[in-house]
Design a protein around this ligand. Structure first.
Ligand code: TMP
Length: 214
């Protein structure tokens, strides 16, 4: 595959979608053919899975049920959208990918679904494929959740099922992301997201240029 696959990761309210938009515009300006996408919900069928996962009561699904649905969404996303785009030479920029499942469903829920089980699901749904670069936006969860809830105020269907879980869940998943980055330093970079949109964008551009040799 010729295209590159870049993922943006992090807890709630880190500004991923804003940064994806800015990075996509920047890369297009450099002549890179790029598509932006997200998980869950990067495909029409995925949108239906997304609704099940991010709306409604917290206790309607447990960690295993969530992990299975996130990996189902991911597999469809890869087969229908990510891989075909990369085969055409396009770059794919995704708002979340599998690190979210390790951070939220394993670390967040205190191993209710283990890393070993998620590794197995990864092999089934994704195989040996991995992002070329993962940028993890790190922020104090209290600040991030507040931002995210403020943003949801104007939404008709509120996608805040995860925001409602207690703060210790969000602190654990934040640590999860830091552990993943420490284990895979070649793929992952952690950036402090508590800064201006423009300053963070400049840092992301620098990392993409350094790591992917633009
Ligand atoms: P979003 O708000 O970034 O669109 O993501 C939807 C929610 O789903 C967010 O609260 C994080 C959560 N999530 C997981 O718990 N596990 C996953 O694998 C993914 C992709 C998202």
């Amino acid at each position: 595959m010729q295209g590159k696959f870049i993922t943006l990761e992090g807890g709630e309210g880190t500004g991923k979608s804003t940064q994806i938009k800015l990075l996509s515009e920047y890369l297009q300006g450099k002549g890179v053919e790029i598509i932006t996408t997200k998980e869950p919900g990067g495909t029409p069928l995925g949108q239906e899975i997304r609704r099940l996962l991010v709306t409604g009561e917290q206790d309607k699904l447990d960690a295993v049920g969530e992990a299975l649905l996130f990996f189902a969404d991911r597999h469809i996303h890869l087969v229908k959208k990510i891989w075909p785009a990369m085969e055409k030479g396009q770059w794919v920029l995704s708002d979340r990918f599998a690190d979210s499942t390790f951070a939220y469903q394993c670390y967040g829920y205190q191993n209710k679904v283990s890393k070993e089980i998620l590794d197995e699901l990864y092999k089934i749904a994704v195989g040996s494929f991995k992002p070329d670069l993962t940028i993890i936006l790190d922020i104090d969860p209290k600040v991030g959740i507040e931002r995210s809830l403020r943003k949801a105020e104007g939404e008709v269907v509120k996608e805040i099922r995860f925001e409602g879980i207690d703060i210790s869940f969000h602190e654990r998943l934040r640590q999860g992301y830091l552990d993943i980055a420490a284990q895979e330093p070649k793929r992952c970079v952690v950036l402090d997201a508590n800064k201006s949109i423009e300053a963070l964008h400049q840092e992301i551009v620098r990392i993409v240029e350094e790591r992917l040799g633009l």
